[in-house]
Design a binder for this molecule. Structure first.
Ligand code: UD1
Length: 416
């Protein structure tokens, strides 16, 4: 298993070009199943997760080809409706094929994703929403099986804001008979952009970017031709690197509004920011100031930046409080940071972080994508060597992470 060896302790500086967004790319890849034809997606990050999703599409009968960051998906002959456990268990987002399969073929057999490193992560909202639209779903030997579905419009109110359920039901509704209303919809850019892509293909969606989406079903759509938006979490992660190491990093190819909450929190922690339309320069302070962070659905502070922000807080000049309201047990990085000398007390979903002068390199182990990013950031500022184990999680979500960090002056090496 690959590991990363990091010699920390120097400020990182330079320019980094941010890749396409994983979480925006995955639902658009699923949406290619809605329409037979050749779809073109540019700026798709080359990651384990996009490759896994490509494999799911291939198993469903699509022809998939990567040429650099251009992904071409031919769904003309897609004819299978089964997404097997072996793939779905490795990537929860595979559940996104359920809605499009039901919409196009009227049937689907998709493995239930199961648990993950941070809690059970249910899919009940996906299932009850599709059922409200007339899908007959049952759970059979670990699979969600839908038969004879002729999807019809319905009014569906979510009791919690869910990115996945909003995207899923939007995809199901665009080809359904009649009008679907989604109340308390997610506002995350990944969802809004999916809607815009579908509208570009002939879908009729009103209210994009608001909590109430009205979707009038249409009989058919055109194939997708789009460019995936920049990855706001990758961008915010590199901003955290500047905060952590006290360096100056220019983030290029970004949409600053899409990670404004993270930028504002880093500013509060002492960073100086210079924003332009598609770039941000982040200069870290000599030592971060303590902050108080509560994760919220967009436009609030993202749960996908909670771990990286805790890393910054470990060396702040005082006590920070970080609460995750979205995923309440997403804290596997906390005991690992403690191995590096961090002082963190975890009370339920609240981490109280008492800043120390310096972290010390240690052997640590990552248990999920953002926890891994957090440990790498911590290692970059720590004194001495840190060996980060199980970095396959990083390969799921950060394109060319080591190369980008090396270009910023990091001493980081992958050990096979
Ligand atoms: C997506 C992101 C993930 C991010 C999360 C929250 C992708 C591939 N993943 O995950 O990186 O951390 O949004 O921003 O885009 N919930 C239910 N029932 C459901 C679905 C969700 O109760 O059927 C709850 C979850 O337990 C959680 C909250 O809703 O507490 C938000 O989850 P959701 O937005 O659905 O996350 P994902 O779409 O899985």
């Amino acid at each position: 298993m690959d590991k990363l060896l990091v010699r920390g302790g120097k400020p990182l500086a330079g320019t980094v070009r941010i890749s396409g967004s994983k979480n925006a790319a995955l639902p658009v890849m699923a949406a290619t199943l809605l329409t037979p034809g050749v779809h073109r997606l540019r700026n798709v990050p080359r990651l384990r997760d996009t490759q896994t999703f490509a494999r799911v599409l291939e198993l469903l009968g699509a022809k998939v080809a990567f040429d650099g960051n251009l992904l071409t998906i031919d769904t003309q002959d897609a004819n299978s409706v089964e997404a097997p456990y072996e793939l779905v268990k490795t990537m929860r987002a595979s559940i996104y094929v359920l809605g499009p399969l039901l919409a196009r073929f009227g049937r689907a057999k998709v493995s239930l994703p199961g648990g993950c490193a941070w809690g059970p992560r249910p899919v009940n909202l996906h299932l009850t929403g599709l059922q409200a639209m007339g899908a007959q779903l049952e759970i059979d030997h670990g699979y969600i099986v839908g038969r004879n579905a002729k999807l019809k419009g319905a009014t569906i109110g979510f009791d919690v804001v869910s990115v996945g359920a909003t995207a899923q039901l939007m995809m199901a509704a665009v080809l359904a008979q009649g009008t679907t209303v989604l109340e308390n919809a997610a506002l995350e850019p990944d969802v809004t952009v999916l809607g815009e892509v579908l509208v570009g293909c002939g879908a009729r969606i009103e209210g994009l970017g608001s909590r109430r989406l009205t979707i009038h079903g249409v009989p058919s759509l055109q194939p997708i031709d789009t460019t995936i938006i920049p990855d706001r979490i990758e961008a915010a992660t590199f901003a955290a690197v500047a905060a952590m190491t006290g360096g100056t990093i220019r983030l290029e190819n970004v949409i600053p509004d899409q990670f404004e909450a993270a930028l504002r929190k880093l500013e509060e922690s002492g960073c100086t920011l210079q924003r332009s339309a598609d770039a941000v320069t982040v200069s870290g302070a000599a030592r971060p100031r303590p902050v108080s962070v509560v994760t919220q659905p967009f436009p609030g502070f993202p749960t996908d930046m909670q771990a990286q922000m805790i890393a910054v807080c470990t060396i702040a000049d005082g006590t920070s409080v970080v609460e995750d309201t979205i995923y309440t047990d997403r804290f596997t990085h906390v005991p690992e940071l403690a191995r590096m000398g961090a002082r963190i007390e975890l009370k339920g979903n609240v981490a109280v972080v008492k800043g120390v002068d310096r972290l010390a390199g240690a052997q640590v182990m990552a248990t999920d994508l953002r926890a891994s990013a957090c440990l790498v950031i911590a290692a970059l500022a720590a004194q001495g060597e840190t060996l980060v184990d199980r970095i396959y999680h990083l390969d799921r979500g950060y394109e060319s992470l080591e190369q980008k960090l090396v270009a910023l002056g990091a001493d980081i090496r992958r050990i096979h």
